[in-house]
Design a protein around this ligand. Structure first.
Ligand code: HEM
Length: 446
């Protein structure tokens, strides 16, 4: 196809952008929805200073970028620069050969067979964290799942060698650094102020303290004779093609990246799933029935996970409606085209996973919570469903996250009844799609 220089994406003016800026700062999703409804599956948003972003809710276009022609697309500077300055260069934040070398090395640590060795420990963390659920009173459940998800990643890496104090310190730093990054991205015009007042350096120093904790743990492990069969053992044993191992500095960056990528996404998904269950009592009863069946047949955790098909469908449907990674961004290295649309070199593309997952052309009753749709083997949902991305940069922790979430739902619904709730679910879209005021009530099951 011949490419012209003409911009064919309908344009949303800078004026309209400015007029809605306050509302966009709070929650940009209604603004995006209004533009998609007006212009179709694509629009170019003029954000000033000669810059624009192309917003897309076309699943084929996303497959083209992530799979068919992925070589021509890189991540935007949000991950490769803004995030990387805190957590370094590793899987999430690097590109090209550097990324590929790391992915090849780390991938085996996340194979199903390897993850199965972690399940007992993951389940123990879940059981312990669920004790924090308060009975017969309303409370925000997000912090419980947030701790649960962080502990799971940390303990999968370090088994029980890490103290509670160190764990808290790592979690606090991970969280407040992400908050700083949100500020930087939301208020780019204050970048000079953040630098001048030392805020950015303060957070870089905090992350350096986390690196010190991690370095101590890694050194201890290297000196130890004991095999733990956790992720750290595998990462330390892993060899590049030339037979060498990962350097400590690189290993610490990768660990920081697993913390950042693995805990908030999972806690968001668990919270939204819990909120949806509270609003759908029939679903809760079906989950309970399935738990009884699954547990009757075996006490093998991997078999529970395999047999909990309905629970898996509930989580999948929850991530369709509330995808934690609600945007995927890419920039094309060379000029390109998709169908009739020209993409000049270095176009900023923002795929709204949130809108693709609710597109009326792809989904029947897109706004309704219907877990059964994921039980239908005949329907190939993967074509329009991207909770973990797609292609070679697809989430490396997707199975880890699914196992953890299924075990959490099994343990939670077996122990507690989530009291029915009728008010709408509230969201807070930041770097990830977060729940807002996820206040629920639990009762002990009789
Ligand atoms: C429900 C939970 C999770 C969701 C929804 C999620 C979603 C995603 C998505 C959409 C991507 C691709 C981003 C892109 O292409 O721009 C990604 C990448 C990644 N995720 Fe996850 N993730 C989850 C859990 C986890 C966990 C538990 C871990 C690790 C313990 C993890 C580690 C990573 C890493 C390292 C990458 C970068 C992979 C690469 O570029 O090679 N994620 N995740």
């Amino acid at each position: 196809m011949l490419m012209s220089d003409t911009n064919q994406f309908p344009e949303v003016s800078l004026l309209r952008f400015i007029r809605h800026s306050l509302e966009i700062l709070k929650n940009p999703l209604p603004f995006h929805r209004a533009n998609f409804l007006k212009y179709g599956n694509f629009f170019r948003l003029n954000i000033g200073f000669g810059k624009s972003v192309i917003f897309i809710r076309d699943a084929d276009f996303l497959s083209y970028v992530l799979q068919k022609n992925q070589r021509n697309f890189s991540k935007s500077s949000i991950q490769t620069k803004d995030l990387a300055k805190y957590i370094g260069r590793g899987l999430l934040t690097s590109e090209g050969e550097e990324w590929q070398k790391q992915r090849r090395l780390i991938q085996p640590a996340f194979h199903k067979s390897q993850l199965s060795l972690l399940l007992q420990m993951v389940n123990a963390v879940i059981e312990r964290e669920l004790n924090k659920i308060k009975i017969n009173q309303e409370f925000d459940v997000f912090p419980v799942f947030n701790d649960l998800a962080f502990q799971t990643v940390v303990k999968s890496l370090f088994s029980s060698e890490i103290s509670d104090f160190e764990l808290r310190q790592l979690q606090n730093t991970t969280e407040i650094t992400q908050q700083m990054l949100v500020k930087e991205l939301r208020q780019p015009y204050l970048g000079w102020w953040f630098k001048l007042t030392g805020k950015i350096q303060y957070h870089i120093n905090l992350i350096d303290q986390s690196r010190d904790i991690l370095q101590k743990l890694v050194t201890q492990r290297k000196q130890s004779e004991i095999k733990h069969n956790d992720l750290l053992d595998i990462l330390l044993d892993a060899k590049y093609e030339d037979g060498s191992s990962m350097k400590d500095t690189q290993l610490l960056d990768e660990i920081l990246i697993l913390f950042a990528a693995g805990h908030e996404t999972t806690s968001n998904a668990l919270t939204f799933t819990c909120e949806l269950i509270a609003r759908n009592p029939v679903v809760q009863l079906k989950i309970l029935d399935e738990i009884k069946e699954v547990k009757k047949e075996s006490c093998d955790l991997m078999l529970w996970i395999k047999n909990a098909k309905y629970i898996k469908a509930v989580i999948e449907e929850s991530m369709r409606l509330y995808p934690p990674a609600y945007f995927i961004d890419r920039v094309n290295n060379e000029k390109d085209c998709f169908k009739d649309f020209d993409l000049p070199k270095k176009s900023n593309l923002l795929f709204s996973v949130y809108e693709i997952h609710r597109h009326p052309d792809f989904w029947e009753d897109p706004e309704l919570f219907k877990p059964e749709r994921f039980l239908d083997e005949n329907v190939k949902f993967s074509k329009n469903y991207f909770p973990f991305g797609a292609g070679q940069r697809m989430c490396i922790g997707n199975n880890f996250a699914m196992y953890e979430m299924i075990l959490t739902i099994i343990n939670m619904v077996e122990r507690y009844e989530i009291v029915e709730k009728k008010t709408p679910i509230k969201i807070k879209p930041l770097i990830t799609l977060k729940p807002l005021d996820a206040v629920l009530e639990f009762k002990t099951r009789q």
